[in-house]
Design a protein around this ligand. Structure first.
Ligand SMILES: *[C@@H]1O[C@H](CO)[C@@H](O)[C@H](O)[C@H]1NC(C)=O
Ligand SMILES: *[C@@H]1O[C@H](CO)[C@@H](O)[C@H](O)[C@H]1NC(C)=O
Length: 206
């Protein structure tokens, strides 16, 4: 009798240990973990050291070009746009040309921001939650789709989930830095969770 009880106890412990992480994954209905990880892309910040972690981004669904094998940035600059919302002409285009633009959500559509970043010479754009507000609980609703503005966008675009974007923006601002140095993408396919070097403010990512 002792053995089955013991097994059940182990099972209960295992289930309770696994469930929180699983629930925190923000699944779409009917989408498997593999699909979620498969669709998302990771990049890492090399500098400043305060931000040296791996970050997860969600590629735009139906605009821009795909994050395929042609998209490879080594020690590229991730440059916050001026203005940050990227809804009008970007004034720091000299810093952005050939690099990756970082814009915040709001004021205009994702496609419009991407078009503006492209116009400024960016080779990719990452859009974050607004610097002044973020809400992890809304991440699962964020899917960047074309707003049918018929803009010709041909750089890759992605959304940086959760509070990472705001943290990156705040940290760069505090350090008076105009960019971070990043590698994009990084291959996480066979990297175990414990080795993923997630930012400490992310508690839910896998
Ligand atoms: C990646 O996508 C771009 C834009 O669609 C395309 O021009 C390029 O050929 C693709 N590269 C590979 C290796 O598939
Ligand atoms: C990622 O790394 C694994 C081996 O760890 C390799 O099989 C896979 O092809 C890599 N993927 C890319 C996109 O480089």
């Amino acid at each position: 009798m002792l053995v089955p009880l013991y097994s059940i106890l182990i099972l209960v412990i295992l289930i309770s240990a696994v469930s929180p992480g699983a629930n925190d994954l923000h699944f779409y209905d009917g989408v498997s973990t593999a699909d979620v990880i498969f669709g998302d892309v990771f990049f890492e910040i090399l500098d400043p050291p305060e931000l040296r972690y791996s970050y997860r981004i969600r590629p735009a669904k139906d605009f821009g070009t795909p994050f395929n094998e042609s998209v490879k940035f080594l020690e590229a600059k991730l440059v916050p746009t001026v203005p940050l919302h990227s809804c009008s002409d970007i004034v720091n285009h000299d810093d952005i040309v050939g690099q990756i633009a970082l814009s915040e959500r709001g004021e205009c559509s994702f496609v419009y921001k991407t078009a503006k970043a492209q116009q400024a010479g960016a080779r990719a754009v990452i859009i974050t939650e607004s610097i002044d507000r973020w809400d992890d609980s809304l991440d699962h609703l964020i899917e960047m789709v074309d707003d049918k503005m018929e803009l010709d966008v041909n750089i890759p675009a992605a959304f940086l989930l959760g509070r990472s974007g705001a943290t990156i923006l705040h940290t760069l601002r505090n350090l008076k830095k105009t960019y971070a140095v990043i590698n994009l993408p990084i291959n996480m396919t066979h990297v175990p969770f414990s080795k993923m070097n997630q930012p400490p403010w992310i508690s839910w990512i896998l």
